[in-house]
Each structure stands twice: as C-alpha cells, then as structure tokens.
Design a protein around this ligand. Structure first.
Ligand SMILES: C[S@@+](CC[C@H](N)C(=O)[O-])C[C@H]1O[C@@H](n2cnc3c(N)ncnc32)[C@H](O)[C@@H]1O
Length: 296
C-alpha cells in the first residue's frame, strides 16, 4: 500500500502546456523572501509554482492557499485527488487496462461521450472522469489539453510504448499538499473575492502569442487581447491594494506596452544559463513585478 507522505517534494500530476517547472528557479528569486498572509494562484494548470511555494515559504501555507482554474475537469480532478486519492488510483488502474486493451481513442470517445460516428455514448462522469483525464493526459500527444469549438477534447494519441500513468506515492503526497476543498476553485481569474493586502498572487495566464502565427499555447485563442487587458487592470487593482503580485507572460510588444508602468524582467528557462552565448537563440519570457515585490 502507498504511504502518506508529508514532504513538499512533489511533481505535478499532469503534463500541462505552459507548465512552469523549468522557470521556477528564476521566479523563486522574487518570492523567496516574502511572508504573505496567504498565497493565491488564479491560473493553476499543473501547479508547478504552488508546490515550490510550499517548499520555499513553508508547508503551513497550504492551510490558507487558494488555487483556481477555469477548466472544470482539471479542478474536479484536484478535488478528487484531495478527497479520495485511493478510489482515484483504483479508477486510473482500471482505465489503464482499458487503454491497453482498446487503445487511446476508445477512452477519448468515452471522455467526450461521442463515438467516431458522432453518436452520443455514455460519458465518463465523477471520479472516473478525473481518472480518465489523467490517463488521457499521459497518453495523448505531448500532454496537450485542447478542445474544439463544441467543447470536445480533440488531441490525437501520443506515441508512447509503455507510458507511466500515475506515480502512486506522488499522488498521495499531492493529496496531502492541496489546499482545503473550498479553496480549490473553478472561477474566472478575477472572481476570487477574498484577496487582501499582504496576500501574494502569482498569475500564469495563457500567454499572448509572440506573433500572429504563433500558436504555442492551445488555449490562447479564447484568451485574446480583451482578456489580457482585463487581467492587467486586475493586476493593477491588486497592486494598488498592497497585494504582492507577480505575473508571467510572453515577451511580446503588446504585453510590454500594457504593463509599461511596472517593472518587467526578461527571464530564461534553465538556472545556469548566464552567458550571452548560451542565451542566444533562446526566447525570453516576461516576469512582471508589482510594487510591493520590487520594494521588499
Ligand atoms: C499557462 S497555464 C498555467 C500553467 C501552470 N502555471 C503550470 O505550471 O502548469 C494557464 C491556465 O489558465 C487557465 N485559464 C484560462 N483562462 C482562464 C480564465 N479566464 N480564468 C482562470 N483560468 C483560466 C487554463 O485552463 C490553464 O490551465
């Protein structure tokens, strides 16, 4: 039987587009000395930064932290990891067998509730749906999450011979580190009402494309210029109320323009990349810092 672990050394359970694992050491420099009242992450995704926050600022932050994402299936999965990791693992193992017997598209059709002839079929629901999200994420092309205009998941299968679906110990550990149920939320990023002076908010939104043809994030189309501006207004409002705010985005001219009143840093993935020669060819990202972060 898997043991319940209490350490903070945990890996994200999903591969997630825009995952921050590689950039965490660069971002950490700006929060490692903060002592926030609580931590809030409105665009949670795979949650790489949250796990580092607990490790860096202390595991006690899990008692007050708020994590949020607009993706209902993703949030339902975290709630099930929190409340019932054992049953979730049981479902993952069953679905892994179905994957091995019937293949990836069989699971994808049941996830969508639609067969290959577009007939309605019984859809995965509840905890089984969360398990299906994990199995599909681990077996689809590049761990992408993408839905078509009708909301159906449409990522093709990946080419893995023997994919590792779920690390049991890691899942129990994660279950223990997630915030309490009422603080695992599914709302728009600016609908979290209980953010106050002294709290720390890290925003990792869908990135604004670097150029018109760039489609490096699967969800950028539904998060266009208007949403980026709405986010900037919200960032500014929180900053003015004395909240510690940090935001990641692409290094596009549009982002530079709308955040021009803030300190904008260019950061590169990979800790030891210091020399100019090594940086050549690498595309930087922006890290935008609120006033209380700059003056800490
Ligand atoms: C760049 S990803 C976050 C990656 C995450 N930091 C990680 O390390 O995996 C952006 C996330 O924002 C979520 N999202 C998109 N639009 C949103 C909105 N309007 N409000 C809240 N979350 C949103 C997406 O579902 C996605 O999970």
């Amino acid at each position: 039987m898997a043991t319940v672990l209490t350490g903070t050394d945990v890996k994200p359970v999903l591969k997630w587009a825009g995952g921050k694992r590689e950039l965490v050491p660069e971002i950490r420099e700006f929060y490692k000395n903060l002592s926030p009242t609580k931590y809030v992450e409105p665009f949670f995704g795979g949650g790489a930064v949250y796990f580092d926050i607990l490790k860096t600022l202390g595991i006690q932050h899990k008692e007050t932290a708020i994590i949020n994402d607009v993706n209902q299936d993703l949030i339902d999965m975290y709630r099930n990891i929190k409340s019932n990791p054992k049953e979730l693992l049981y479902c993952c193992n069953n679905l892994k067998k179905e994957y091995e017997e019937h293949g990836y598209y069989f699971l994808r059709e049941k996830f969508n509730g639609l067969d290959s002839n577009k007939n309605n079929i019984e859809r995965f629901e509840g905890i089984e749906r969360s398990a299906a999200l994990i199995v599909i994420n681990r077996t689809c092309f590049n761990g992408l999450y993408r839905v078509n205009s009708n909301g159906f998941f449409n990522v093709p299968k990946g080419s893995y011979k023997n994919p590792r679906i779920v690390d049991e110990d890691n899942l129990y550990k994660l279950s223990n580190l997630l915030p309490k149920m009422e603080n695992i939320r599914c709302q728009e990023f600016d609908e979290i009402k209980d953010i106050n002076k002294g709290d720390f908010v890290y925003f990792d939104p869908p990135y604004y494309p670097l150029n018109e043809t760039s489609s490096f994030t699967a969800y950028s189309s539904s998060f266009g210029k208007n949403e980026q501006i709405r986010l900037k207004d919200y960032f500014k409002k929180l900053n003015e109320s004395g909240v510690y705010v940090i935001l990641s985005n692409s290094s596009s001219p549009f982002i530079e323009e709308i955040y021009s009143e803030f300190q904008i840093l260019k950061i590169y993935a990979g800790r030891n990349i210091n020399s100019k020669a090594q940086k050549r060819g690498k595309i930087p990202e922006f890290l935008i810092l609120g006033d209380s972060v700059v003056s800490q």
